[in-house]
Design a protein around this ligand. Structure first.
Ligand SMILES: [Zn+2]
Length: 530
């Protein structure tokens, strides 16, 4: 006797991402999972009187996209509580921030995010005086789009406890004008105490609103699972409330910020606790600066500089100590490391931890893993690490690639090399550091062309099929969930995206223009195109 499906999708161009049966025209769903995948006639055998039948009209169906490194809760909260400074001139940014001063009591913080110097006509960082011109009565802090550099006005600096003679903290730096006065720029770990102790804490209501907003944005882009790359215990509480209340449309894998590690360990928690909607993932740490702010920690200096190698946030000793603790406690370790010098420190720490306490398949991760070389690739493969490179950066941040130079670009965002070395690499936007649509990431990895048509590191091009693997089954592998999602196979979670066109056959320069028709999680539609 056949089981009756809840829904059957017919007449579809199904790309299953299951190598044993790569294509199909129909899918049956029952209780949130795939019941059958195959030809229309075979799948229709599961039709019952209550089965919903959907004619997909030849459109393309893929497993729902997975972004393995993105900022979910914190971006949502920022969209709710901060000014979006992704604007084309410093004057426009000042006007936008001024708008926020209206009715804001003197002394209240004004916050902004997504400022990107190379996307402004002035082509420079904000200076303290730019923000003093907005307000002398409100402390102001604006984050760079890539994080890792923050910009303050004079009152903001004072409230943050920074004065002209504050020494640079470990792993961080305060910018100064030639006359020794603070220029308002705060780099790396210098921001941590400000974020923790000085800024007003977000409320759970901000978090709830932010989470709902950002989930709608992700669903619209075809994402069904996201790995939140920096989660606090306050975020965790609101995530759990959302899950319990049925208000978490996406599946979320949580990379817990390192400060929470001791409490999690002492409570007996380790990677994998949770369910297919919400799961505790790894412990997140940061080893160096960012690609987009030119603070990644590099073995060779930045182009045009004699000696600027970027910024190490943790040294080798601290990295090894923290890795060993989390490794021993049964956690996956996830360390932001962009530059080859930082990656070397992290890989060494993973090697030492694994030698001291061998674990079967810890799947430690190198977040971003932006600049590599053959030695690092070989060692990463030997460790079985997962890497989560920026997929959209060549396209979206093309104007910054000149700071790295053509030679280095041959080894940056090195998807071709990761595949050739047999390393599990994923799809990731690191929103808000680059726009969140996976289709932009896929296009960028395939073409290696920026938005002006300039090609960067064509050696690292991959095929559309390979890029789809990154955003589906490899994303599932990064959270130890390759057996329950990432491909369209009977028994797996019914997470789907329906695209207007097949990304394998359109002009690769137009992949990001393909419309997302529908996004489905566990058989439930969470986004439908208007
Ligand atoms: Zn990130």
């Amino acid at each position: 006797m056949f089981i009756n499906a809840d829904a059957i999708f017919l007449n579809a161009n199904v790309i299953t991402m299951n190598p044993a049966a790569p294509s199909a025209t129909a899918i049956a769903i029952k209780d949130g999972r795939f019941l059958a995948v195959g030809a229309d006639a075979d799948v229709l055998a599961f039709r019952g009187s209550a089965t919903e039948i959907l004619d997909v009209a030849g459109k393309t169906v893929l497993p729902g996209f997975i972004d393995a490194h993105t900022h979910v809760m914190s971006s949502g909260v920022r969209h709710v509580a901060e000014e979006d400074c992704d604007l084309r001139s410093i004057g426009e940014i000042q006007e936008a921030l001024k708008g926020r001063t209206i009715g804001a009591p003197a002394g209240d913080w004004l916050l902004g995010f997504k400022f990107d110097d190379t996307k402004t006509s002035e082509q420079r960082f904000l200076h303290r005086q730019d923000l003093d011109a907005v307000s002398l009565e409100h402390p102001i802090m604006v984050a760079h789009q890539a994080g890792h550099v923050y910009f303050f006005n004079s009152l903001g600096l004072r409230r943050a406890g920074f004065s002209d003679d504050t020494p640079d903290p470990h792993g961080g730096r305060l910018g100064h004008d030639p006359d020794g006065k603070l220029d308002g720029r705060v780099y790396g770990a210098a921001i941590y105490p400000v974020l923790r102790q000085v800024l007003p804490p977000h409320t759970d209501n901000d978090r709830r609103r932010g989470l709902a907003l950002i989930c709608r944005m992700f669903a619209k882009a075809g994402l069904t699972s996201v790995h939140d790359a920096m989660v606090s215990v306050d975020d965790l509480r609101v995530y759990q409330q959302a899950r319990d209340g049925g208000d978490l449309p996406l599946r979320v894998y949580l990379l817990m910020y390192r400060d929470h590690f001791p409490a999690l360990r002492d409570a007996g928690v380790r990677t994998g606790l949770g369910d297919d909607r919400l799961r505790i993932g790894g412990i997140k740490m940061v080893a160096d600066g960012a690609i987009a702010t030119r603070t990644a920690y590099l073995s060779q200096p930045y182009v045009g500089s004699c000696c600027d190698h970027g910024l190490a946030v943790m040294d080798a000793e601290e990295t090894e100590r923290r890795v060993l603790e989390a490794h021993r406690a049964g956690f996956q370790v996830c360390i932001h490391s962009n530059g080859d010098q930082a990656i070397d420190i992290v890989v060494t720490a993973y090697e030492k931890a694994q030698r001291a306490f061998p674990r079967k398949d810890p799947r430690h991760r190198i977040e971003h893993c932006s600049v590599v070389n053959p030695d690092l690739l070989r060692r990463i493969k030997a460790l079985g690490c997962v890497v989560t490179p920026f997929c959209s950066y060549v396209y979206y941040h093309g104007e910054k690639m000149r700071f790295y130079g053509e030679e280095r670009l041959k080894w940056m965002f090195a998807q071709r090399s990761f595949i050739d070395y047999g390393i599990n690499s994923t799809g990731a936007a690191d929103y808000p550091c680059s726009p969140l649509p996976p289709l932009m990431g896929i296009q960028s990895c395939v073409t290696r062309e920026d938005y002006n048509g300039q090609v960067w590191g064509p050696e690292q091009r991959i095929s559309v099929e390979e890029a789809l693997i990154l955003y589906t089954i490899n994303g599932a592998y990064a959270s130890f969930e390759e057996n329950i999602k990432g491909s369209i196979e009977p028994g797996k979670l019914a997470d789907l995206v329906i695209l207007e066109e097949d990304p394998r056959i359109v002009d690769p320069r137009t992949i990001m223009d393909i419309a997302v028709e529908r996004t489905i999680v566990g058989g439930e539609t969470i986004h439908q195109r208007d």
